[in-house]
Unconditional design. Structure first.
Length: 534
């Protein structure tokens, strides 16, 4: 990030209007392919901007308490339509700011997913079942999930300029679907992309008559102000996707103030490849491993950073097949200079703790931010000696293959692992690996959010059953997911109880009559779409 004291920065979005930020400090994004700064300047907001955004958002939160679900659904659907009208512009600017491929990554993969998330959220709002209405008719005790009463602050990541963008992605959609205003904090690697989403969102607010401060945008903050923001008394919750270091600092600040914060941080997303699978299809699995590790230049939160195979002829053949892939395949661009520096540091740390470099391992010459496809290896016993530091995430085209001396060593490696977003088990189709699978799965199950069989973890289907979460340090809480609707909406909701409240004072969803006829409610212990019996 290039701080400057001069220049005309882009305006921030507050209460439906584009306004200049109060402070004079600005930054520019950089072209990943050249390392040169773009000409556009964006402001670094001070705490006065934050205070103003929170003030307006609190007003919007009160308005949104009485907004009918149909209006919220209309906003989300119309926003999706607005995005589709600006596809070319969005793809062009995101490609320029991130160097991610226009095709298929941005245009035919990530942007459709973003639109799909918004539409699924709209459908969930209209249906209402996500609110988990519960009614005990005899005691007249009723409960339902509702909004938090304050805005959700969304810190967007660098690696998904569309699907996780703070102004359009999954956290944005889930927070609004739960009835909360959103204050988006752009990622400094793609502020122009976020600004374009914000322009579309602002136009949609006007078109639908949604509260003006239901969505606001700040581009960047001083780190100290970011910590103060997540602990602000007027904030409802925070969503953060990024590094473990930054996430834990934000969590400490939010926890000290009793504010919910949902973090997606880091992990290895380990693969365990059993003898049967390696014997049947080892070369193909090595190719799949490279493809998964190099997808998006390894800048996926579910990239497999560790693969464990049994030592022996088949395991060493697998290692050689993988080495050839990593050595001979072309590389692309990393998102920014910070990513390249962190990859360099992570590889150095792995080597320092006993990993052996067998392919790549170095930054490539300028222009731009590049790093060689990198493969490391070590024995299982050596991994166990340094299991802590060897689990540091290398956010780039880097992975390590561990050759376990025995099944017992493989099991001990699994036992040593921290929490992860995903873990994958590859086994033979002839049943020879079933006993080992059963032992390993029992260990991995509490250590991972998503357990896969015979499948690489990169790639998240936006379906209700998807889990994109997991135990610490992959996330800050193991009970939630940031992908999968309606489950992802629950993070930004409060459980509200009504005890002996008069019928006319109840929310429509808790009255005897089902307001939609399709919403599922738990009535006297039974899930039903019907009305409360007289």
């Amino acid at each position: 990030m290039n701080l400057k004291e001069t220049g005309i920065p882009a305006p921030i979005l507050l209460n439906g209007s584009w306004k200049p930020a109060r402070a004079s400090a600005v930054f520019t994004a950089f072209d990943p392919t050249t390392g040169l700064p773009f000409s556009d300047h964006y402001p670094i907001s001070d705490f006065q901007d934050i205070e103003e955004a929170v003030f307006f958002a609190r007003q919007a939160a009160r308005e949104m308490e009485t907004i009918p679900p149909a209006l919220t659904g209309a906003f989300l659907d119309r926003f999706a339509e607005g995005i589709l009208r600006r596809v070319d512009d969005l793809v062009e600017i995101a490609h320029r700011e991130t160097a991610l491929a226009k095709e298929p990554r941005l245009r035919t993969t990530e942007l459709p997913r973003t639109v799909h998330q918004l539409r699924l959220s709209a459908a969930a709002v209209r249906d209402g079942s996500w609110r988990q209405a519960a009614i005990d008719s005899k005691l007249n005790i009723r409960s339902i999930r509702g909004p938090l009463g304050g805005p959700v602050v969304v810190f967007g990541p660098n690696n998904f300029p569309f699907a996780f963008n703070s102004a359009a992605g999954g956290d944005f959609a889930a927070a609004l679907a739960a009835g909360n205003p959103v204050i988006a904090k752009s990622h400094p690697s793609h502020p122009g992309t976020t600004r374009l989403f914000a322009e579309i969102a602002r136009d949609t607010l006007v078109e639908t008559g949604f509260p003006k401060a239901a969505f606001q945008l700040l581009y960047h903050l001083d780190p100290a102000d970011g910590l103060k923001m997540v602990a602000h008394p007027g904030i409802g919750a925070t969503a953060f996707t990024g590094s473990r270091r930054s996430g834990l600092r934000l969590k400490q600040a939010a926890d000290s103030a009793g504010k919910p914060i949902y973090l997606e941080m880091s992990g290895l997303n380990p693969l365990f490849l059993f003898p049967g699978a390696v014997a049947e299809r080892g070369a193909a699995l090595a190719a799949d491993l490279f493809a998964s590790c190099s997808l998006g230049m390894g800048q996926f939160c579910t990239k497999p950073g560790l693969a464990v195979v049994l030592d022996g002829d088949a395991g060493r053949d697998f290692l050689e097949w993988a080495r050839e892939r990593f050595h001979s395949s072309p590389t692309g661009y990393l998102l920014n200079l910070s990513v390249r520096e962190s990859v360099c540091a992570a590889v150095e740390e792995l080597i320092k703790n006993g990993a052996i470099l067998i392919a790549g391992g170095h930054p490539l010459p300028e222009p731009g931010y590049r790093f060689e496809n990198t493969l490391l290896t070590m024995s299982g016993e050596r991994f166990l000696q340094g299991a802590g530091p060897l689990q540091s995430e290398a956010f780039g085209p880097v992975t390590m293959i561990v050759l376990a001396e025995s099944e017992e060593v493989l099991i001990r490696i699994a036992e040593s692992l921290e929490g992860n977003l995903s873990a994958s088990i590859y086994s033979g189709t002839d049943g020879r690996d079933e006993a080992l699978h059963d032992r390993l799965a029992l260990i991995l199950r509490p250590k991972t959010g998503r357990l896969l069989n015979d499948k690489m973890p990169t790639g998240l289907a936006v379906v209700p059953a998807m889990v994109h979460g997991g135990p610490f340090p992959a996330t800050g809480h193991p009970g939630f997911t940031s992908v999968g609707i309606p489950a992802s909406i629950l993070r930004f909701s409060a459980l509200r109880g009504y005890d002996n409240v008069r019928p006319n004072r109840l929310p429509p969803e808790l009255q005897d009559r089902n307001p939609t006829g399709t919403m599922w409610r738990l009535i006297d212990g039974t899930w039903t779409q019907g009305d409360v019996s007289s």
